[in-house]
Design a binder for this molecule. Structure first.
Ligand code: CO
Length: 609
């Protein structure tokens, strides 16, 4: 028998948040949850993770649900088990730093609506980005869990993590989470890290969060528990593995075999799992079946799988998919230049897009995104390792570098946000916070909600609802993926600027023309009666043709104007990525397609004579 025969280990269930976010594009609905909530509440979990950025966004955007209502209804049923959420520190649930008043009010209302445990993290592990959120959680009586966003680099040593944990401890956190979002934490490294944390801070409970992406998480959990971690995150088996958490039932058996008691009711776990088999049949998007069981590549290059698929689609849009190996080689170098940020939203997008530009541009940092500039100037927080001063200066350009807490530069924002929403749409203060997090999405939801029931567009029950939602929704929809593509679009704003074109990157947030649903084939264009002669300007890819770079922007070249070879004369947009198209010759340009028209690769857009 093991010496640990009386030791208790607790388990947090991620089925209602991370699991369906990782496996099903976050498509679980409130009714799916409520039908099983009572059994989950009685199973003996430490906590139920049920809220986070993507769940909040998808609730309003695609499911036409109020995320606050979801929280309240879960709380009505789950009275025994604490509810838990993932909070991006000063970013709350969004992609930017919010002023302190918004962070504080969001946390206050989350507590009021039933949230108990707040796992607060920052992509850069900058404690200054966590302090307001942690203070507010404590103020409103919640459990503040500080977080280490785990990554590997020469500066991410055990002692650096212990130092961070001590800073979080002195800020008053109730527990600590090691958040291994990429699934790269090995059992050996976990053993060493947890041992050092428990030794340094014996009063601070340690919880581990990981993903099965690389296949190591269950073995790593056991190693961490043996060193004193008191809680691990799992998902019910049907909702586990692949890019989700390790399976709960298997973890219970692994831990029991080593003499640990999880306190979970196996009979209930079985019933919960049976239930989710049925939900899976209804809610799993067809595309999610393509996920590989284990991404062994993560073990070699430590680049999260989701990031590689983003790089692949960016390169595919450029007709440069063959350069993926170069980008994968460039990415760790760019990350090192930028001070080794952990690769998680938003740093994964900043580093990813910059790496693509470093390869496609032919010259490293010849093109620099706005995000990279702001990152280098300190607007996201302190970089884990200091950046090379010369490179930093080059990247920042005319931006003023800062060393203060980024949110110190922000004025209170709640009152101003409230004024931006038509008052007929505001039903509660929670609505204002929803708007602060996802403005366009929230407005789209409010408009939908305000209609009489028989006028509301039905919520598609089928698996293709994302596409339908995107094309029928009145409000421009921005999913987490869309937001990433906007970052990419902004990268091309920088490209435009570098080649002399005027470009308003903010225009990308609201597409000038309806976005093309992914995978939709552009119709074969009607041929003009008589095509003028001259040098052709062809579309480099399938997409939407634009004469200007955004709503209200002047045309890049007027029809019939003289253009210079190499100057951008129009744009082809695909998947929200704006590609400036250069004039192929000098002379008079005649356009053959209309602004906003769909074009196919190789199609003549204009002739220059
Ligand atoms: Co996760």
């Amino acid at each position: 028998m093991s010496k640990n025969s009386t030791k208790r280990v607790r388990i947090t269930d991620t089925t209602l948040r991370d699991a369906h976010q990782s496996l099903w594009a976050t498509r679980m609905r409130t009714d799916d949850i409520l039908a099983i909530a009572d059994k989950i509440d009685n199973a003996g979990y430490y906590s139920l993770e049920c809220w986070g950025g993507a769940t909040f966004d998808v609730c309003m955007r695609f499911l036409r649900e109020n995320p606050w209502e979801r929280l309240r209804r879960i709380k009505e049923v789950c009275k025994k088990t604490p509810l838990q959420m993932l909070l991006r520190g000063q970013n709350v649930l969004g992609y930017k730093h919010y002023p302190d008043d918004i962070v504080d009010r969001f946390v206050a209302l989350a507590c009021e609506n039933g949230m108990d445990i707040f796992r607060v993290f920052d992509a850069l592990n900058d404690p200054r980005n966590l302090e307001t959120a942690i203070r507010s959680v404590k103020k409103y009586g919640g459990h503040a869990q500080g977080t280490i966003s785990y990554t590997t680099s020469p500066v991410h040593t055990v002692s650096a993590y212990v130092k961070l944990a001590n800073e979080l401890y002195s800020m008053g956190v109730d527990s600590l989470c090691i958040k291994d979002m990429a699934g790269i934490l090995t059992p050996g490294a976990a053993r060493e890290l947890v041992h050092a944390l428990v030794k340094s801070l014996p009063d601070l409970p340690v919880q581990i969060h990981s993903h099965m992406t690389s296949g190591m998480a269950a073995a790593m959990y056991l190693a961490a528990v043996e060193e004193g971690a008191g809680c691990v995150d799992t998902a019910i088996s049907t909702m586990s593995s692949f890019s989700s958490q390790p399976p709960c039932e298997s973890m219970v058996s692994i831990l029991e075999s080593e003499g640990y008691d999880t306190g979970l009711d196996r009979k209930l776990l079985g019933e919960i799992n049976e239930y989710f088999k049925g939900v899976k049949a209804k809610r799993q998007p067809a595309s999610s079946n393509k996920v590989e069981a284990v991404d062994a590549g993560v073990l070699v290059h430590a680049i999260p799988g989701g990031m590689i698929s983003n790089l692949r689609s960016q390169l595919a849009q450029q007709g440069a998919l063959d350069r993926l190996p170069e980008v994968l080689e460039e990415l760790p170098k760019t990350r090192a230049d930028m001070g080794y940020p952990p690769l998680v939203t938003p740093t994964s997008q900043i580093v990813g897009v910059q790496s693509v530009l470093n390869v496609l541009g032919g010259k490293r940092y010849g093109m620099v995104t706005d995000e990279t500039r702001h990152y280098a100037a300190g607007y996201y927080g302190r970089t884990p390792a200091p950046m090379d001063k010369k490179l930093q200066k080059k990247l920042i350009g005319d931006l003023k570098p800062i060393t203060c807490r980024p949110a110190d530069l922000l004025k209170p924002g709640l009152a101003a946000a409230a004024k931006e929403i038509p008052s007929k749409f505001i039903k509660s203060e929670e609505d204002i916070l929803s708007y602060c997090m996802f403005p366009e999405v929230a407005l789209g939801y409010f408009k939908w909600r305000a209609q009489p029931d028989d006028a509301k567009d039905p919520i598609p029950a089928d698996l293709e609802m994302q596409k339908n939602g995107e094309t029928t929704s009145a409000a421009p929809a921005l999913s987490e993926e869309d937001a990433k593509f906007i970052q990419i679009g902004k990268a091309f704003a920088a490209l435009m600027a570098s080649c002399g074109g005027k470009f308003d990157a903010s225009a990308l947030a609201v597409p000038a023309a309806p976005a093309t649903p992914e995978g939709t084939k552009a119709a074969e264009p009607a041929k003009p009666a008589a095509e003028p002669k001259g040098t052709a300007v062809e579309a480099p890819l399938n997409g939407t043709f634009y004469r200007s770079s955004g709503p209200g922007k002047p045309e890049l070249a007027a029809d019939g104007a003289e253009v210079k070879a190499g100057a951008p004369c129009c744009i082809v947009e695909a998947m929200k990525l704006f590609n400036p198209i250069k004039a192929t010759a000098s002379g008079k340009i005649t356009f053959l397609v209309k602004h906003g028209e769909q074009v196919v690769k190789g199609q003549k857009l204009a002739v220059i004579a």
